[in-house]
Design a binder for this molecule. Structure first.
Ligand SMILES: NC(=O)c1ccc[n+]([C@@H]2O[C@H](COP(=O)([O-])OP(=O)(O)OC[C@H]3O[C@@H](n4cnc5c(N)ncnc54)[C@H](OP(=O)(O)O)[C@@H]3O)[C@@H](O)[C@H]2O)c1
Length: 345
């Protein structure tokens, strides 16, 4: 059910007390205000991301005042533009991060016009949302921050997650040898289907030892880390000379400490990755990244997958599925399923 631009309220998922996903409620909330530099999007799909599980329990860096609508990435049609917006127009299909950093699990959302990314004509909204944060982050990490070259060895820590699977597929498309690391080898089944050359289960094997075995003792040229904790500690000791250890996230809940003599002795770089910051600082470069991603999809070099889809009211189920680690890959919320009907994916 889609709200018209004249309706005073809209359907949304509401967090009115910090806690687990089951505390979330379906409710009617006021449509968000539109600032001069923003666009209003009629949401077709939203993506589930790990920080959604943190923000609802008050454990994320951003703590919106209660009650608030969670969710931070959305795909849909622009239905209104702010008074200062000329480069984006109503009717355009876009993918975006919400301007407030939350508010995506609702029938409408707002985003800064300068930061929205147009959706190619042939791409449906579900594919767009499967692409946006996961591939946007992994591409920025591997290309701008990690400068992965053909023939290099890429280790992906967190290869059963949304960003991790994107990194596996992009690493292969860039000509790297990819080692996918998940909790168990079985959790890496999708990564293997997507082309990973080797899989490691970090709860079953010694990650440092296995990476050194698989690389003839050299270690990884690039490691992209979504986990932190013990897997990061292992890789901080298994990097090749001139390597790049990319810090992306800490789903283990442990922000690791690094004895920096390792960086010196092994001659590698520790590189921070913050895709949202990159998008805000250089939206043109981000749009270039998405043009390349769209070309790679058209050429069949990559094919973003959706692990599971849920209606808006099932956001708590989707978050529980993420936290229980039952599903591997990107979880998509269908807010206006009819908007996807007939799209060419
Ligand atoms: N820096 C940036 O610009 C940026 C951008 C996007 C995302 N991120 C961060 O990157 C990380 C991964 O994001 P994502 O969207 O790929 O997440 P995701 O799809 O939820 O995947 C995360 C993976 O983390 C592992 N994990 C370890 N401990 C877990 C726990 N207690 N609960 C749930 N999963 C756990 C799981 O793999 P196993 O079961 O195999 O361990 C899971 O597949 C997050 O920390 C996110 O905040 C950072």
């Amino acid at each position: 059910m889609v709200t018209t631009s004249n309706a005073a309220t809209m359907q949304a998922i509401v967090c009115d007390a910090y806690g687990p996903p089951d505390n979330l409620k379906v409710g009617n909330v006021a449509r968000p205000d539109l600032a001069a530099d923003e666009v209003r999007i009629r949401s077709a799909t939203a993506g589930i991301n790990f920080p959604d599980s943190l923000i609802i329990k008050g454990a994320y860096q951003l703590k919106p005042p209660l009650p608030f609508v969670p969710g931070f990435e959305v795909a849909g049609e622009v239905i209104e533009v702010g008074s200062g917006v000329s480069a984006v127009h109503p009717g355009q299909r876009v993918m975006a991060l919400t301007s407030s950093g939350h508010g995506a699990f609702a029938q409408e959302a707002t985003a800064r016009a300068a930061e929205v990314v147009p959706i190619p004509e042939t791409m449906d909204y579900a594919t767009a949302i499967a692409l946006f944060t996961a591939y946007g982050t992994a591409f920025h990490a591997l290309v701008q921050r990690g400068t992965v070259s053909p023939g290099e060895t890429l280790v992906v820590l967190g290869a059963s997650g949304g960003v991790g699977l994107a990194a596996v597929e992009l690493g292969k498309a860039m000509g790297a040898t990819v080692i996918a690391v998940s909790r168990t080898r079985a959790r890496s089944a999708t990564a293997a289907e997507m082309g990973a050359d080797h899989v490691i289960g970090y709860a079953e094997e010694d990650v440092r030892k296995r990476v050194l075995e698989l690389t003839g003792g050299r270690g990884a040229d690039v490691c992209i880390d979504m986990l932190g904790g013990e897997p990061f500690q292992a890789m901080s000791r298994a990097m090749n000379w001139d390597g790049r250890l990319l810090v992306v996230g800490f789903t283990t809940g442990e922000i690791p400490k690094l004895p920096v003599n390792l960086v010196l002795l092994k001659g590698y770089q520790l590189v921070g990755v913050y895709w949202g910051g990159f998008l805000a600082r250089d939206p043109a470069a981000n749009s270039d990244n998405f043009r390349t991603l769209a070309e790679w999809i058209a050429q069949g070099r990559i094919s973003p997958r959706i692990a599971a889809r849920y209606p808006l009211e099932a956001v708590p189920t989707a978050l529980n599925d993420l936290l229980s680690r039952r599903i591997s890959g990107k979880l998509v919320i269908d807010i206006a399923p009819e908007a996807n009907a007939g799209a060419v994916a």
